[in-house]
Design a protein around this ligand. Structure first.
Ligand code: ARG
Length: 248
């Protein structure tokens, strides 16, 4: 008799566990939490309190395809990979470059854009090409590929790190650094917004932007890739990009 009860209790317990899991699964499916660093125009920046930009719009379009609600969390750039790896956000869209090192902690979706590391200098700078960067002080945003490449190529002493690109550009304007290495679209936006700056013609590096997703969520990766392919095919990505990047 006792045995029967125990068995029944066990069955009930497992049924309840399944139900609870299903309920939780249902809830997380309702909302897609995106992490970003909203100081990177035109990919993500603040308009008042609202985070807008190419990544915000792409994420909204993805959420719509998946039938879920989008929530965006703004944080330091170097917190993004730990956040998505640890599950405090579901996805990261942050003009984030696919790198082998990051791939050790997260999965990346198919690429949705190309990024170029550019060099911003003062208009009257003596720096004429990448070759002139040796011995110069380079401003970067902490943890970005600009930071990683330049630290590797020129050594720690050559690098000054800032919380965001705008602060690095401000340091350039104040003469605290000789140049800023940053992705080309934000570079264009910063040069546009500030007098007396220009971008070197030669590019520092070319890279792919993709969406980072936790390694424990292969299903979400699959769903995001399917939705992304649809958004590419139906012209939605192009539409979003041309809303923020005006063709010359
Ligand atoms: N593409 C560069 C990287 O992945 C810079 C991205 C910076 N993005 C941002 N939202 N601040 O490291």
């Amino acid at each position: 008799m006792m045995k029967m009860k125990k068995a029944l209790a066990l069955v009930l317990a497992s049924v309840m566990l399944v139900l609870t899991l299903a309920a939780c699964g249902g809830e997380t499916a309702e909302k897609l939490v995106m992490g970003t660093n909203a100081a990177f125009p035109p990919y993500e920046f603040k308009e008042g309190e609202t985070i807008v930009g190419i990544d915000a719009d792409i994420a909204a379009a993805l959420a719509e395809k998946l039938g879920v609600e989008l929530e965006i969390k703004d944080m330091a750039f170097e917190s993004l990979i730990p956040a998505v790896a640890g599950g405090s956000v579901d996805i990261v869209l942050a003009g984030m470059t696919v790198t082998d090192e990051r791939k050790e902690s997260v999965n990346f979706s198919d690429s949705y854009a190309t990024g170029i590391q550019s060099v911003i200098i003062a208009e009257d700078s003596a720096i004429a090409s990448i070759d002139d960067l040796a011995g110069k002080i380079i401003g970067v945003q902490t943890g970005t590929t600009g930071d990683i490449y330049c630290s590797d190529d020129y050594g720690e002493e050559a690098i000054k790190r800032y919380d965001n690109g705008a602060l690095a550009v401000q340091a350039l304007i104040n003469g605290q650094v000789d140049c800023v290495v940053i992705d080309n679209q934000p570079a264009l936006a910063f040069v546009e917004a500030n007098e007396g700056l220009k971008i070197l013609d030669t590019e520092y590096a070319i890279e792919d932007y993709a969406i980072a997703i936790g390694k424990d969520d292969p299903e979400l990766l699959e769903k995001i890739n399917v939705a992304l392919a649809e958004l590419k095919a139906d012209g939605k990505i192009d539409e979003i990009v041309s809303k923020y990047i005006k063709a010359e």
